[in-house]
Design a protein around this ligand. Sequence first.
Ligand code: FAD
Length: 556
Amino acid sequence: MDYSAAADAALPAREICIEQMIAKPYDVCIIGGGITGAGIALDAATRGLRVCLIEKGDYASGTSSKSTKLIHGGLRYLKQLDVALVREVGRERAAVHRLAPHLVQPEKMFIPIVEGGQMGKITTNMALWVYDKLAGVGGDDRRRMLDREEALAAEPMLDPTIVEGGALYAEYRTDDARLTIENLKTAAVLGAVSANYVEAMSLLTDEEDLVIGVRACDRVTGVGFDVRAEVVVNAAGPWVDFIREKDHSLEGKRIFHAKGVHLVVPRERFPVRQSIYFDLPDGRMCFAIPRDRSTYFGTTDTPFEADPNHVATSQEDLDYLLEGVNAMFPTLELRAGEIESSWAGLRPLIYEPGKSASEMSRRDEIFESDSGLLSIAGGKLTGYRRMSERIVDKVVERTGRGGESRTATTALGGNDFPSFSSVRSYRTTVGVLLRDAGLPETRADYLVHLYGAQVPEIVALADASVPDPELRLALAELEWSIVKEQVQRLDDFTIRRTGRLYFDRTQLDVLLPGLMAYFAARKGLSEATANKQLARLREVSREHYVFEAAGAPVAA
Ligand code: FAD
């Protein structure tokens, strides 16, 4: 099989995929298009299995666009003495970086060591030493301890009266939603079919109550249809137990929802020099990460018992995080009214009685029900590849078809880079390409990080008759993602294909009317539908609260 074809990855139109799902039976049908489902689709496709995947909303619209966006070894799991988990995800970081070095980029993480903090110099040094060993980190990426002066130079916003030193260690940052979509596109090159906005309504069973497929509903047309598959895999993240209820197999271990919130401010209002991982006053750890024109920080970790379809940032979340960053960076004085955007997601954890949300393990687990339904829950973005491999091993066992997993050597769509240094030099190439096309050169980093070697395809779509270069570029991205990535609604584009709603809010507000007009014309939307979509956009914006100085949430 020629895996280099992944560089030309694209998702066929969803209507074609749905037709194919109706027309023939599959070895495996996956419910859920988050990173877990997407990883499973790719793993199964590399083994030559016939794969289809359905997602009730947009791809990654569940937890997989709401994470801290780190491919990380989970330093904090060392505290829980979960050595096996640290080892596995630590090693996975390097593997996933290799598969898409433009999308999973190395990033030095800075930990300040402060008076009265949870970890002193000796414990931090030891913890990072163990972490490096478990994750197999070598060379320049190994931890480096900093003295007080070096730590203050690394982050001048810290309180000099309490800083005792610091440490630098290696992590990787990514875009979770794009990692999901690139897995799906790569799977599509290998024959997998997938459709967003298709919901699994019930499970099809035979006379012996064995699952033989899924009854689905196309959420765009409202039309129901059946998908036949030898094995059905439930990768529905926070919704896993709802699917387990459908074959009455929900017994024993359950999913526990822990809400996590991130807040976003303009970079100049929280100008961290690099990613930083620090103590909050209650002892929880918090990340602050610069990205494009913004800095985002979080997260919270609180039990969530309401409807997983409606998760939003609350006033309490906002107060907690603002208090935390203002305590660590006393000159910052961030106020609620300065928050540009936020996102709230649910960790689908396996419930452990007597433990708090932060204490519960981040391990994944597979449930096999008597009906044959395979469910997978828990886990982390970072470990998606190994999780996928484990569950597809079971599919192979069941069906007697398919070979070894090939995901360790299957580059993800848009990756033409032998190493990270080639990604760096590619940024310069893209800068020139943008300048020549009359597009903003300042967007080179953003474009290379999100799309890698696919950037020239996007630039080629830029329409010179659009006077504003920013809008010209955004429209080219939109057109490309409609053609290649099944964008159905404008918020698929503004949130999950580009992250613009989170990280470029001010600019997006300016571009939105132009984007909406283009999208409505391109999709042939009636005025009523265009208005409905606009209303939905406003609704989505409301979910990403902008807070007034007084603290009350207002519609964006
Ligand atoms: P999801 O992404 O939720 O995907 C499940 C999908 O199933 C959803 O899109 C949903 O719409 C779909 N679905 C549900 N029901 C149906 C149905 N009936 N029919 C069709 N589709 C259906 N991990 C890391 O490694 N690094 C991090 O930095 C990190 N930070 C995190 C921060 C926060 C705040 C949170 C909440 C999690 C974080 N994680 C992190 C964990 C990581 O994000 C999750 O483990 C991962 O995204 C879960 O992916 P998933 O595919 O299992 O679930």
